[in-house]
Design a protein around this ligand. Structure first.
Ligand SMILES: [Zn+2]
Length: 171
């Protein structure tokens, strides 16, 4: 059976009051910014999410997400598969003032006027933040050939093109 789909937009205020838990997938092909940042998305985004309040009454979205993407190895420029996963604690706020009052451990996410949260965008942000800055194969699997140590005689070992031309003219 297919995994449940994570809804695109939710009423975050209501979900916090209900201490709503969600688990399911987001179709990664729908996430434009992610698709622009990687070579290809290889899997849906798996999410486990919980809307809750902390003891200071901040509204939180706590959860984790994971997926698999293809990126370009920065050593050999071939494709490398990367597992991406993120755990996050987001502080749900209505404006910049509230965002500034959040404790440091909480990343602010702004809700719409009616408490609506674009859940896909929030999760997409988390995945984007978790992409490696320098994607690369493990060294044993990387196709990059170490360049041969430079040989100072290499020029002399090559046939001189003018010699070859001279030989042709003699024929
Ligand atoms: Zn590589």
């Amino acid at each position: 059976m297919a995994e449940a789909q994570i809804p695109h937009r939710v009423d975050a205020v209501k979900f916090v009051e209900q201490i709503q838990k969600l688990s399911g997938e987001i179709d990664s092909s729908e996430l434009t910014r992610l698709n622009q940042s990687v070579e290809r998305c290889l899997a849906p985004i798996n999410c486990v999410l919980s809307f809750e309040r902390d003891e200071e009454r901040h509204r939180l979205l706590v959860g984790e997400c994971s997926t698999r993407v293809a990126m370009i190895c920065q050593r050999c420029l071939d494709v490398v598969e990367v597992e991406v996963s993120s755990r996050f604690e987001l502080g749900l706020v209505f404006n910049d003032d509230q965002a500034r009052q959040l404790p440091r451990r909480l990343e602010p996410v702004e809700l719409g006027e009616n408490g609506q949260l674009d859940l896909w965008a929030a999760i997409e942000d988390e995945v984007l933040l978790s992409l490696p800055a320098f994607p690369a194969h493990p060294e044993s699997e990387c196709q990059l050939q170490q360049p041969e140590p430079e040989d100072s005689n290499s020029n002399e070992q090559q046939p001189n093109p003018f010699d070859v031309l001279a030989q042709l003219k003699q024929k």
